[in-house]
Ligand binder design. Structure first.
Ligand code: NAI
Ligand code: OAA
Length: 342
């Protein structure tokens, strides 16, 4: 009994040692001084899985880094100057690159209205990442996600370093919102509400699957559906010109990064819905799609199909696919073809 316990303790210690020796995780935030970037960087500083936190922005990166670096957790925090060299150094050796750089919406705008400004920002940052961190997991937060993710893919392809298993559009906020809104309706703890959200990250492309949750009766609740699909608009309206969701998004981005780090460090069965290069609807000309994705040491481990849908959910999915196909994805691809940048 004692011997068995000692053997177990030894195994745990060995595992802990192996884990700490192997798991040096540099995480880079591009857009770190922004509304999302600052609280996201704060949450990453509190995550013991992150050993090296690199903060870059076109303004204010070093200041945010100096502030966060005083927090008494072990990770090293570095802020980088807004120069090509600063950007390259911020990226070098990164395991995860989170990109919340770009402008947010104002009331009356759609996410697609951000395309003209954010497409070139994401393109240029993707170029830098392809050059300095070609093997990193790239987590795209900048909107419109349905178009900015294809932009990153095109840039990585052009540089000959595209790995579809390492590119993610962060749709976690839709999942976070869905579980919170359901918990409010059902008077439950949101931690227990695991709602799958598929499709993309804007309006009708956001498709929550309540039929697969423990509350199938919520299918057909038009108010709830509208809140999940247009939760972002709720925040944009309430902030009244001062931007869009930042704090909840920071939490969602930190959660997704934590899931990737867990999976990279050997935890099995880590599953998150995310917008990835997906085989599910390629036959319909749709190259990217969010569904449940099992994460692993190589990024995407397994892409789950959407499972059984109710008739109403199938109609929502049809509308989502039409939108993804008609505008979102091809717009990103065409942008890079027509504006390859320097
Ligand atoms: N995926 C999602 O679920 C969500 C996405 N978003 C999107 O995230 C983006 C950022 O939103 P906020 O943080 O609220 O905006 P913000 O304006 O507060 O911050 C953006 C930051 O990006 C920086 N930036 C701009 N160009 C840059 C470049 N070339 N390199 C590095 N940094 C650069 C700015 O200096 C600024 O600090 C927006 O596009 C917004 O729509 C927002 C909420 C949820
Ligand atoms: O609504 C926006 O513009 C920001 C966003 O993506 C969200 O909050 O889901």
């Amino acid at each position: 009994m004692f011997a068995a316990r000692r053997a177990l303790t030894g195994a745990v210690q060995r595992r802990a040692f192996t884990a700490s020796a192997r798991d040096l995780s540099k995480v880079t935030v591009l857009g770190a001084a922004g509304g999302i970037g600052q609280p996201l960087s704060l949450l990453l500083k509190l995550n013991p899985r992150v050993t090296d936190l690199a903060l870059y922005d076109i303004r204010g990166g070093p200041g945010v880094a100096a502030d966060i670096s005083h927090i008494n957790t072990k990770s090293k925090v570095t802020g980088y100057d807004p120069t090509p060299t600063g950007l390259a150094s911020a990226l070098k050796g990164a395991e995860i690159v989170l990109i919340p750089a770009g402008v947010p919406r104002k009331p009356g705008m759609t996410r697609d209205d951000l395309f003209n400004t954010n497409a070139s920002i994401v393109r240029d940052l993707a170029k830098a990442a392809a050059e300095s961190a070609p093997d990193a997991n790239i987590l795209v937060i900048s909107n419109p996600v349905n178009s900015t993710v294809p932009i990153v893919a095109e840039i990585f392809k052009a540089k000959g370093v595209y790995n579809p298993k390492r590119l993610f559009g962060v749709t976690t906020l839709d999942v976070v919102r869905a579980s919170r809104f359901v918990s409010e309706l059902k008077n439950t703890d949101p931690v227990d509400e695991n709602i799958t959200v598929i499709g993309g990250h804007s309006g009708v492309t956001i498709v929550p699957l309540f039929s697969q949750s423990s509350h199938p009766d919520l299918v057909g609740d038009a108010t709830l559906l509208n809140r999940v699909q247009f939760g972002g608009d709720e925040v944009v309206k309430a902030k009244d010109g001062a931007g869009s969701a930042t704090l909840s998004m920071a939490m969602a981005g930190a959660r997704f990064a934590e899931s990737l780090l867990k999976a990279a460090q050997g935890e099995k069965g880590v599953v998150e819905p995310t917008f990835v290069d997906s085989p599910l609807y390629k036959d319909q000309g749709i190259d990217f799609f969010a569904s449940k994705v099992e994460l692993g040491p190589n990024g995407v481990e397994k892409i789950h199909d959407v499972g059984k849908l109710s008739g109403e959910e199938q109609k929502l999915l049809d509308a989502c696919l039409a939108d993804l196909k008609k505008v979102n994805i091809s717009k990103g691809v065409a942008f890079v073809a027509e504006n390859p940048g320097k």
